[in-house]
Design a binder for this molecule. Sequence first.
Ligand SMILES: Nc1ncnc2c1ncn2[C@@H]1O[C@H](COP(=O)(O)OP(=O)(O)OP(=O)(O)O)[C@@H](O)[C@H]1O
Length: 333
Amino acid sequence: MLDIAGIRVGYPAPGGGTLVVVDDLSLTLAAGEIGCLLGASGCGKTTVLRAVAGFEPVLAGSIDVQGRRVAAAGLSLPPEKRSVGMMFQDYALFPHMDAADNVGFGLRGLAREARRARVAEMLDLVGLGARGGAYPHELSGGQQQRVALARALAPDPALLLLDEPFSNLDTDTRQQLAAELRALLKASGATVLMVTHDQAEAFTMADRIGVMDGGRILQWDCAEALYRRPVDRFVAGFIGRGTLVTAAAVGLGRGGDVLLRPHALRPDPLGPVEAELVALAFRGPGHVLGLRLGGGAVVEIDLDDADLPAVRGLAPGAPLRLRLADDALVAFD
Ligand SMILES: Nc1ncnc2c1ncn2[C@@H]1O[C@H](COP(=O)(O)OP(=O)(O)OP(=O)(O)O)[C@@H](O)[C@H]1O
């Protein structure tokens, strides 16, 4: 459905030449899948969306949508010929139009009755069937987002692009809306490529996630694979909580490093790993134990309630033994 193969995208550099900000980037999405590019500010996420939408040419590589080549070196179909819809960070709703007119904006080619029916269908889909007459300033941030989504979906694009869909909503509602938006998108059957810098959002929304750094995708995978089987140290450090320590620090007879996730070590008086307690704190919903391992690395582990008796009452500096949980280790040479 979407096939991005080895694209390079750049901007004119101030001193002449080209500043390449996306390089050799590839990904594929099947029809109905939600993909997400995840990375820190400036890593090139939005530039990829702009290249797919047709706002930036590609210098190398190609982009195919529904089997049709829309971009390659020297080829750039205009945005309106790509069957791609885009929802921008700020929603870009027209303030002087009510919700229904905003949703109908991209449907001007339709006869009046067909257009009215499609607008009603889209407003119903996003749960705003009764608010078609409301102006953007009369709607909450989350409702504006849903109007923007209805507008982007109304022309039935083959592919929908979402740029930081929750960026101007408060954190409390973001997580809930992410789950809602995923359900809406799945109900609509849309194929989606979105970008965010927020891992929780990416994990809630997407079927596949690409972790980006420096204009490249380091790993394109489902959330669980990114967490359990990160391909390199960058992905390991970027996704989820965890600390890289030497294998020797946890008593393994091998070189290289291992990634300790919050459940990788369990208190066990007979365990082979020696550590010193640094701190025990209740963070809600459970306790977090800070440990200094042999070699000096400090790590945090999440305790289960069953682990508490083994550590309660210990003072900072107290020695402690632990064992490695079997399935929690990721190793790097
Ligand atoms: N129009 C432009 N002209 C020149 N450089 C640009 C332009 N747009 C973006 N850049 C640069 O390209 C790089 C990637 O920008 P991009 O917006 O794709 O990153 P991003 O990952 O989406 O970041 P953010 O999360 O902050 O939006 C950045 O270094 C940025 O400064």
